[in-house]
Design a protein. Structure first.
Length: 146
């Protein structure tokens, strides 16, 4: 989680607060000026839950010190996508889905040689439009003569 902010909390009944993610023991919390505010493990994600009033359903909240980890830029880093999916499952009460692993496609990049790129470009930008225009013209002429 790049640029994650540390979270501090105080007990607030009836909410039950549980730390979800912590940094390692060597981490530090600093100001932009570089001044060190705290050393040691910092909590960067919390789960809160309490008994709900709506049909007895539990209310759930997750507070994260960084929302960028689920952006397109960082979603593929580590297990960010799996973590976000598990949290959404927990928030929506789909606890039965928590053990199901989300699998990513092993290779999502297409790499073409120059020759393949030229062939695709010529086909899609040249032959395909000309072919469709030709079919349209042929159908128009066929309709006129009928």
């Amino acid at each position: 989680m790049p640029n994650a902010a540390a979270l501090e909390w105080q007990p607030h009944p009836p909410w039950v607060t549980e730390p979800l993610l912590e940094t390692n023991k060597d981490s530090t919390r600093t100001r932009d000026s570089g001044e060190i505010l705290a050393r040691g493990p910092q909590t960067i994600a919390l789960a809160l839950h309490r008994a709900g009033t709506d049909k007895g359903r539990e209310q759930r909240v997750i507070v994260v010190g960084d929302g960028d980890f689920v952006s397109n830029t960082y979603l593929g880093n580590g297990d960010n996508q799996a973590l976000a999916t598990q949290w959404v499952d927990w928030l929506t009460g789909n606890d039965g889905l928590l053990g199901i692993e989300t699998r990513l496609a092993p290779d999502v990049a297409l790499e073409f040689t120059r020759w393949q790129q030229a062939t695709l470009a010529l086909g899609f930008l040249g032959f395909l439009p000309l072919g469709l225009a030709g079919i349209g013209l042929w159908l128009r002429l066929k309709e006129r003569h009928a």
